[in-house]
Design a protein around this ligand. Structure first.
Ligand code: HEC
Length: 123
């Protein structure tokens, strides 16, 4: 009659990786990736909280966009935001300090970071 605990242990060992896989699938991986990219490349100017108050923002003639500005952000489609990130200030020939990210980030990276910056307007 020692078989039962052994069966339970085997069942537990089998289900553990399945539950881990399920939990990972449930996580919003795109936003997680976008968060990493944002912290690495964007937060210096746009700020950790998306407010446009990063440490590099203070010397800039044109302030970085505040991503919590909901009325403004709601007017932009995901595609427009992606295009602005891809081309930076070259898009508008505006000579602001918004860099052109096309040579650094893939389209997939840019889609992830767009998904992430959308989180700021939900707060
Ligand atoms: C050197 C500072 C700097 C860095 C780094 C930077 N930005 Fe910007 N960003 C700006 C400035 C300044 C503006 C506002 C002027 C403009 O649009 O050119 C801006 C504007 C934007 C806009 C335009 C919003 C709109 O109204 O359409 C988006 C989107 C954006 N940044 C995303 C990013 C992302 C994503 C990163 C990181 C991959 C990033 N920025 C890194 C300075 C920066």
């Amino acid at each position: 009659m020692t078989a039962r605990p052994r069966h339970a242990a085997i069942l537990f060992a089998l289900l553990l990786p399945v539950s881990f896989a399920w939990a990972q699938r449930a996580a919003p991986t795109e936003e997680v990736r976008g968060h990493e990219i944002y912290q690495l490349y964007c937060a210096h100017c746009h700020g950790l909280g998306g407010k446009g108050d990063g440490p590099l923002a203070y010397g800039l003639a044109v302030p970085p966009r505040d991503f919590r500005d909901r009325p403004h952000m709601e007017r932009r489609s995901d595609g427009e935001l992606a295009e602005h990130i891809r081309q930076g200030c070259e898009r508008s020939h505006s000579n602001t300090m918004m860099p052109n990210w096309a040579s650094v980030l893939t389209d997939e990276d840019i889609a992830s970071v767009v998904a992430y910056i959308r989180c700021f307007q939900r707060r």
